[in-house]
Design a protein around this ligand. Structure first.
Ligand code: NAG
Ligand code: NAG
Ligand code: NAG
Length: 300
């Protein structure tokens, strides 16, 4: 009988191997939801915006799941009260990682990553502040706020495939903080790769407060480790408007809009970008945020 059991074990191992080599489809979202400010003029309070944000994320991720893709959601500017509303609104199928940036607990804005444990197993979380003391909540000298990058290692439950998802929000006040921040972000991701597997595919979502050609974006391009999913997507695979930041201003008011929210993928030609979309933030007259959400559908 022993050979039968051995054969069975071998066959199971072979099946696991095949599954692990299977394709992985992700829908990665980046969304700066705007902190819960009191509201003003066209900016509605969070009590009005929140349900619209939650509905959009629920529907977009449910659509991804229905299409066989695993949703991973990076957000920025999430205050604790907003995090509480979002976790309640998304429901118990979701978990999140990330802390408030000011104390590593609940104070200040979070850059959380939301994921579904049924779909992906969380293997590791690393959070590094974008400062000279990255292990504790801290500022880059001259930065407007404490900033961090969150780096997670996930394993797809269906295929066993592992990948890294990172999320960040670079400084709005200091160009140097953004440029140096990019270096810390990339070195944090590389460190995780060193420990968890040099071949792991990577996604990096975030509000870079920098347009193509400017400081942080230029630093990403100069490094070359990850690519802008917008650039990788074929023209026919790009949907929606170009700019991702709009402010809370109707179209007729002078244009402040810019593309500053990005989803970077890599390294090398790991991912195929099948869809890149910037989504309208004006939902029936309510601005979800002063940023538009951006999402990509990517395949290994
Ligand atoms: C979800 O998919 C449906 C059907 O394709 C589409 O009409 C709807 O706009 C999608 N929702 C979002 C939020 O993308
Ligand atoms: C940066 O953002 C903070 C908080 O939103 C704001 O108070 C500050 O004025 C901004 N600074 C710059 C230079 O835009
Ligand atoms: C995550 O992985 C890093 C190595 O990349 C390791 O130093 C750290 O202890 C791990 N964290 C946890 C919570 O396991």
């Amino acid at each position: 009988m022993r050979w039968l059991i051995t054969l069975g074990t071998l066959l199971m191992a072979a099946a696991t191997q095949t599954a692990a080599a299977g394709p992985l489809d992700l829908r990665v979202i980046t969304f700066n939801i705007r902190y819960a400010a009191p509201g003003d003029n066209y900016e509605k309070p969070w009590s009005t915006r929140g349900p619209v944000v939650i509905d959009w994320v629920s529907e977009t991720t449910a659509n991804a799941t229905a299409a066989g893709a695993v949703p991973v959601v990076g957000m920025q500017e999430v205050l604790h009260e907003q995090l509480v509303d979002i976790t309640a609104g998304l429901g118990s199928a979701w978990s999140y990682i990330g802390t408030g940036r000011d104390d590593g607990k609940e104070a200040g804005e979070y850059c959380p990553i939301f994921y579904q444990p049924d779909q992906v197993k969380l293997l590791n979380t690393t959070q590094k502040w974008l400062s000279k003391t990255p292990d504790v909540p801290s500022y880059w000298p001259g930065a407007g706020s404490r900033r961090y990058v969150l780096v997670a290692v996930f394993e797809d439950q269906a295929t066993g495939t592992r990948f890294i998802a990172a999320n960040t929000h670079l400084d709005n006040a200091s160009s140097e903080a953004r440029s140096e921040g990019v270096k810390i972000v990339l070195s944090a991701i590389r460190d995780v790769q060193t420990h968890w597997g040099p071949d792991l595919p990577v996604t990096l979502s975030g509000d870079f407060n920098s347009e193509p050609g400017q400081d942080a974006y230029a630093g990403m391009i100069a490094d070359g480790y990850l690519q802008d999913s917008y650039t990788l997507a074929d023209e026919q695979a790009r949907f929606g408007p170009y700019e991702t930041y709009t402010g809370f201003v109707p179209d007729e008011i002078p244009d402040v809009s810019a593309r500053i929210d990005f989803i970077w993928v890599g390294p090398d030609a790991t991912w195929d970008v099948t869809r890149y979309e910037v989504v309208d933030n004006d939902v029936d007259g309510v601005y979800m945020s002063d940023h538009r959400p951006v999402f990509v559908d990517i395949t290994l």
